[in-house]
Structure formats: structure tokens, C-alpha cells
Design a protein around this ligand. Structure first.
Ligand SMILES: [Zn+2]
Length: 491
């Protein structure tokens, strides 16, 4: 018996399972069996012609099957097949030499006060840093895209390390649900802008740091203006349009892009720098199909994880400023917090990359929302006709009048355990078609989820199956909690 390991971000397609046992002789057979069992996964790993998509690779143990016999690679008992969404090679890639973004002249021109010399004394006695390196840190300008989960630890460590100028792009407000991981913000900051809160925390950690805030959405219109003055960009974003925008502006301006991403218990980090190695588009030429990869808001994330990945990003940025060590250029670090395992995959520059390849087709910034499709928690809710909607007030009135209603909750069981509305039946979105036989297509069915987005999706799926009398609860159980019954907790 072998197992196929699916990254957590895609486990929605496999009913939540990330380790799938399978009995078969070759990697190809294993993939066939798994994709036949999970049509959602099949849709993800194949293009419309039924061929494997180029942005997925299969590993047996630590070895890319491309280096073995491809999909014909024979399996032994207990082999672990990993489905890795990237262009990768075997573990143990060669380490690249140091790279430095600060010229000796810029470093020499920086001045440290006696207070600063005392503050940084544990750096100054490190041969890899010393006075010369500390002055480079002071001369450096680092831009953090986002002051959230990844942005919090990395901005705090960069400030503590004495980076002279830290730019932060974020226009969001601190929310209660941020506090579990966004440690730059405190309970007193809830409702304030993340920028105010981040600036105060950094000023407290190290008043010698100049913080430049950009309280605006990072867009194709402002990206060049914001990024051009910085030495390094750190990607701490949580959505695909901003990731592609960050990559593209860095490639076009020749800046290193220190990348990190997190989901549940799994994280990734690398340094994309098109002048020296691959870029994000070499790794992921195209975004996943809309709605397939859930965001952290939908899928959850363990609070420590952005701390670990954000610190790796801060460390890589500091190495690039000091010009020491082996940067993560061309190496993708995969971290699994549950197993406490780091894996390292070799990333190749793709000669046909649309932006950093030999014949680039992208020569200026594009419309990234359109490129990625409308998707995720941050996107607009799925369209449902007004006549298919019901408000929580109308729903409550109908329940109170004694009507017998069929109300289907399309959330996950762990969400149902946190909060539920009275008289509902749970059928998670992923099972709604499979279990539609449990529903009467001729009677009215009321659908709800947390915010109204997934239930709109369920409504459209059932409608396509011929169900006619469907209603979507506007605002979901969150609206129920806010307007009808505050004893139902919000989450
Ligand atoms: Zn590229």
C-alpha cells in the first residue's frame, strides 16, 4: 500500500483528507485512482484536454518522478507520492553564493550613534555582521506588502535588527480574528488601522527605524511608484492577485521578492529574483482555478505558522542586505508544522516564463483581479438573483409562524460545532450534489453558510441540477447572530 500526499490547500477536493492510501503498481496508476475518486482534484491537476497541468509535479519520496520513469515509475510498498504544485527538482540543490543589494558606498555612508552601537552590540560582534554590516542594515530600505500574519513578525524583526527604512503597504483595520497570529497588533488596537498599530509597535521596538506607510490597496497603478525606491520587497499577502502583482513589479524593476505563504499547518518560503533565478510565474505560471484553493479565512491557519515563515523571510532579507550565506534563490522551502519537517525543492528558471523567460509576453503590469478570476473570501459574493434571497428577519418570521421549513447548512461540521441555527440540517458544500437525493426538488429549500457566499454557490449548483424553489440566506449565520440571536457566536 502506498500513500498519495495532497497539500492541505487542496484537501478541500478530497473531503479534508491529505494522506490518501492507494494500492497500485505505478505513480500514474495511483494518480488515476485518486483522481477518479475525487473529481475536484482531477479537475485541478488536468487541463481541459485531460493532460496533466504543467504546474503540478509528482514526487516519490524526495525525488521528482521526472528524474525517474515519469508516471510509469514503479512503486514499492509504503512509498509516499507527493503532489507538489510547482516546477521542482530533487532535494539537495546546489547552494548559491551570497548576494548583496547594498553597495559598499551606501553602507559606508550610514552613520550609527553611540546608542545604536550599544543597541546592536550582539550584531556587531558577529563576524558576519559587524559594523560594516550593521551600517548596511541601516542604509537598507525594505518594503513589506501587508501587515498581517507574515508582515507582523517580519516587520518586528526587521525593525529590531536595525533596518533603516521599512515601507508597509496595508489599508486594513485590526479585527479580533487577526489577534491569534498578527502579533504586531494588540487587543487595544482592534478597530484601529493596521498602519497606526504597526507604526506604534515598531516605534516602541526601535525608534531609529523610519516607517513609511502606504495606506492604500496595492494595485497596478501604484505598484511601480511604491516599489521603485526599495532594495527588497517582502511578499506577505494572502491573495493571488496581489501575489502576481508583487512578482511582476519585482521582475520588471529587477528587485528581489522574498516570498512566503501559509495555510493551516503548512508554509512555503523562497526568494524570487529574476536576475539571479526563477520568479513566481516560473513556479506557478497560472493561478489555481477560482474558488479551488481556500484562503486562510476559509481554511484556517495555526497562529504560530506565520511567525515561523515570516521569520524565515526576515532572515532572508537580512542575508541579502549583509551579503552573507546562501539565499533561498532557486530553492523552495516547504514547512510542515504538524510533522515538524522542512523539505527543500529545487526551482528552475522556466525559459518559457511569460515574464522572466526568453520571450516574455508580459512587459507591463496587467489587471490581476481579472487574471486570477473572482475568487476567495476577499472577492465579491457569488451572484444570486434578488428573488432567490431571504433575509434573516424574513426567515425568523417564517420560523415563528410555525412553517415547516427545510433549512440546509452547507458549512463544515467543525463550523456547525461552533455555532448553528435552529432546525437546520448539515450538508457541507462539497457533498451537496452527491447528497442532493436527500432533498426534494419540488419543495422549497433554504440554504445558509457563514456569510452567504458558499450557500450561494450551493444554490447555483442545485439550480443547475433542476431544483426550482431555492432561497439563499443573506449574510448567513453571521447575520443571524447580529440581527436575531446574539447568543449564537460569530467566528
Ligand atoms: Zn519567471
Amino acid at each position: 500500500m502506498s500513500v498519495v500526499v495532497v497539500p492541505a490547500a487542496l484537501s478541500r477536493c478530497t473531503g479534508g483528507a491529505s494522506v490518501l492510501p492507494v494500492t497500485c503498481a505505478t505513480v500514474g496508476e495511483a494518480i488515476e485512482k485518486i483522481s477518479a475518486r475525487f473529481p475536484g482534484l482531477n479537475a485541478l491537476i488536468r487541463n481541459s484536454n485531460g493532460l496533466m497541468r504543467g504546474d503540478f509535479r509528482f514526487f516519490v519520496g524526495n525525488t521528482d518522478v521526472a528524474m525517474l520513469d515519469g508516471l510509469a515509475t514503479k512503486l514499492s510498498a509504503n512509498d509516499e507520492i507527493s503532489l507538489v504544485p510547482c516546477v521542482a527538482g530533487a532535494a539537495g540543490p546546489p547552494l548559491s553564493g551570497p548576494e548583496c543589494v547594498i553597495s559598499p558606498e551606501r553602507g559606508e555612508a550610514a552613520v550609527l550613534s553611540n546608542d545604536e552601537i550599544l543597541r546592536y552590540s550582539r550584531h556587531l560582534i558577529l563576524p558576519e555582521v559587524n559594523l560594516e554590516g550593521q551600517k548596511k542594515l541601516k542604509a537598507a530600505k525594505v518594503l513589506c506588502i501587508g501587515a498581517g500574519g507574515l508582515g507582523s513578525p517580519l516587520a518586528m524583526y526587521l525593525a529590531a535588527a536595525g533596518i533603516g527604512t521599512i515601507g508597509i503597504v496595508d489599508f486594513d483595520v485590526v479585527d479580533y480574528t487577526n489577534l491569534q497570529r498578527q502579533i504586531i497588533h494588540g487587543t487595544k488596537d482592534v478597530g484601529r488601522t493596521k498602519m497606526q498599530s504597526a507604526k506604534e509597535t515598531i516605534a516602541d521596538i526601535n525608534p531609529n527605524v523610519e516607517v513609511i506607510g502606504y495606506e492604500e490597496q496595492f494595485t497596478s497603478e501604484n505598484a511601480v511608484r511604491i516599489v521603485q525606491d526599495y532594495d527588497i520587497v517582502i511578499d506577505g499577502t494572502d491573495n493571488f492577485p496581489t501575489r502576481y502583482l508583487t512578482n511582476d513589479v519585482c521582475v520588471l524593476l529587477g528587485k528581489p521578492n522574498v516570498y512566503g505563504s501559509i495555510f493551516r499547518f503548512e508554509g512555503q518560503a523562497t526568494v524570487f529574483w529574476a536576475d539571479k533565478g526563477p520568479c513566481y510565474r516560473c513556479l506557478y505560471p497560472e493561478p489555481p482555478p477560482p474558488g479551488l484553493v481556500p484562503s486562510c479565512a476559509e481554511g484556517g491557519v495555526i497562529g504560530v505558522l506565520p511567525g515561523i515563515i515570516g521569520c524565515i523571510q526576515a532572515n532572508e532579507a537580512i542575508k541579502l542586505i549583509l551579503g552573507v550565506g546562501s539565499p533561498l534563490i532557486g530553492r523552495l522551502m516547504l514547512f510542515n508544522a504538524l510533522k515538524m519537517q522542512f523539505r527543500e525543492l529545487r526551482l528552475m528558471k522556466d525559459p518559457s516564463c511569460p515574464i522572466c523567460g526568453e520571450n516574455p509576453t508580459i512587459t507591463e503590469l496587467i489587471d490581476y483581479e481579472q487574471f486570477c478570476g473572482i475568487r476567495g473570501e476577499e472577492s465579491a459574493p457569488q451572484a444570486v438573483a434578488d428573488s432567490d434571497e431571504i433575509t434573516v428577519v424574513e426567515l425568523k418570521a417564517r420560523i415563528d409562524s410555525g412553517e415547516k421549513l427545510t433549512i440546509i447548512d452547507v458549512r463544515e461540521p467543525y463550523e456547525y460545532a461552533i455555532a448553528k441555527m435552529p432546525g437546520t440540517k448539515l450538508i457541507p458544500l462539497g457533498q451537496i450534489i452527491e447528497r442532493s437525493g436527500e432533498l426534494d426538488p419540488n419543495s422549497e429549500i433554504i440554504l445558509h453558510c457563514r456569510s452567504g457566499k458558499r450557500s450561494a454557490d450551493a444554490l447555483n449548483q442545485l439550480k443547475a441540477k433542476g431544483f426550482k424553489h431555492l432561497k439563499n440566506v443573506v449574510g448567513g449565520i453571521t447575520a443571524w447572530s447580529e440581527q436575531i440571536d446574539s447568543d449564537v457566536p460569530k467566528y
